[in-house]
Ligand binder design. Structure first.
Ligand SMILES: [Zn+2]
Length: 175
């Protein structure tokens, strides 16, 4: 009598095999699957979409610990990939966000001993970056690290008090 295809597998093994097959299928067809999901989400009514979002939030909230655990297990098992991912993320994505640009700019100001006085750093940033021309020579300012007409914030080196938004050239001249 011919042996059945699954005759040597236990129920658990069969389930495991099915899981593996599903995983492979998913990996090989991920774009197709995502497109289908997007299409079915788009077909929902606004009310259904809201319901779906709140279900997902609820699910996420109820499974925070499990998700955190899965993530830290993955990181522990894939240290190199995790570091590489973080480096890529910070270089390619985070550093290009407005928040990152602002916080690195503000850090640099703090390092020079600048004192924002009664303003918040957010306000200083907004004022400085809405200034389009040097307050001394009136040349048009550019943003960035290079160029004589790059935007700089002049401050009193003794007291830390901020003075003017200047081009690099005027800032150097003023000292
Ligand atoms: Zn100038």
């Amino acid at each position: 009598m011919p042996r059945g295809r699954f005759s040597k597998l236990t129920v658990e093994e069969r389930k495991e095999r099915k899981r593996e097959q599903d995983k492979r299928y998913r990996a090989a067809n991920i774009e197709k699957i995502k497109a289908k999901q997007r299409a079915s989400y788009a077909a929902l009514s606004e009310e259904e979409k809201e319901q779906r979002k709140s279900d997902m939030r609820e699910y996420a909230n109820a499974n925070v610990e499990a998700a955190t655990q899965r993530k830290s297990d993955w990181v522990a098992a894939n240290l190199d990939r995790s570091r590489e991912y973080q480096a890529t993320y910070s270089r390619e994505i985070y550093s290009k966000t407005d928040g990152a640009k602002k916080s690195s700019r503000v850090c640099a100001w703090k390092r020079t001993g600048m004192d924002p006085g009664s303003l918040t750093w957010d306000e200083v940033y907004t004022i400085v970056y809405s200034t389009t021309h040097c307050e001394e020579c009136e040349i048009e300012l550019v943003h960035g690290r290079y160029g004589a007409n790059r935007l700089t914030l002049d401050h009193d080196h003794e007291t830390g008090a901020m003075r003017n938004v200047l081009c690099h050239k005027c800032n150097v001249r003023r000292g």
